[in-house]
Ligand binder design. Structure first.
Ligand code: NI
Length: 131
């Protein structure tokens, strides 16, 4: 974590890995993470925390399994959305997107319950930003 201002464009340009978030800063016990995504993530749920998404670029879809059934929310650039704790969700982005996430430090990208992790998905609690 830097004690200097950080440009998100610079941070995003410093890595190419998909579905592999970088921690840009911490706020109390929370990470602010950025990620580049394309294609499909996997169904998973975070049992103990909500998960906040802000779309910085592109469009993100999030499929949700809710008590009333399954639905998909579409988040264009600039949209924010919070997945409630315990809700199974599967992010995807057919054309690619850049995201900012806000969640407790130590939160796994694949949650506490998940489908088998495909090879293109990084199961991580976030990587250091190198820029
Ligand atoms: Ni999640």
């Amino acid at each position: 974590m830097s004690d200097q201002p950080l440009l998100l464009d610079t941070a995003l340009a410093s890595f190419d890995a998909l579905w592999s978030p970088r921690v840009v800063t911490r706020v109390n016990d929370y990470d602010v993470r950025i990620a580049k995504v394309r294609g499909e993530h996997l169904w998973h749920a975070h049992d103990d925390t909500d998960e906040f998404f802000l779309v910085l670029d592109g469009e993100l879809h999030i499929a949700l399994r809710e008590p009333a059934g399954e639905r998909t929310v579409r988040l264009p650039k600039g949209a924010v959305f919070t997945v409630p704790r315990g809700t199974e969700h599967k992010p995807s982005s057919p054309d690619g997107a850049a995201l900012l996430l806000f969640e407790p430090t130590g939160t796994s990208t694949v949650g506490d319950r998940h489908d088998p992790v495909p090879g293109h998905v990084d199961a991580t609690t976030g990587h250091r930003l190198e820029c």
